[in-house]
Design a protein around this ligand. Structure first.
Ligand code: ZN
Length: 149
């Protein structure tokens, strides 16, 4: 019997069926005011989707705070404005804002946080945006979240 090399066996174990979707994403932010990705695809086969946000910078949350806020595209501006009024105390997200589907707390350098939301909150064909609601960041820190098969 031919012996398989360990690397081949490892690959076989790691290989996942085509239908298995990843229901989470690792997202990083830094002192350079940017996310590591500006497109997140969410499989409709996921019941819940989790965003793991890491701030890889060094600056304090009061200077270079980052969060991750998910909204319908047409409600982004309203949610951002409401977040600014809510202020740092509320992590720049208005408490109970119906426009906000999911949001992490504001992080400073070296911090991490996760947020999960039911994928049923996303409508087929809906346009969704994620952004950092820290003052002045949304112009650069934003991206598209898309529901996919
Ligand atoms: Zn930010």
């Amino acid at each position: 019997m031919r012996r398989l090399r360990p690397s081949v066996i490892l690959l076989a174990l790691l290989g996942s069926p085509a239908w298995a979707a990843s229901c989470s994403v690792e997202l990083a932010a830094s002192d350079r005011m940017a996310y590591s990705a500006n497109l997140i695809e969410v499989s409709r086969s996921c019941a819940e989707f989790t965003v793991n946000l890491r701030h890889e910078g060094h600056l304090e949350s009061t200077l270079m705070g980052h969060n991750w806020v998910l909204v319908r595209a047409d409600q982004q501006q309203a949610a951002a404005n409401a977040g600014l009024l809510a202020g740092m105390t509320h992590g720049f997200v208005r408490p109970g804002d119906p426009a906000v589907i999911a949001a992490t707390p504001v992080l400073g350098g070296g911090e991490a946080a996760s947020v999960s939301f039911p994928v049923s909150r996303l409508e087929a064909g809906g346009q969704y945006l994620f952004f950092c609601s820290f003052p002045g960041h949304a112009a650069l820190m934003r991206g598209v979240l898309r529901l996919v098969d």
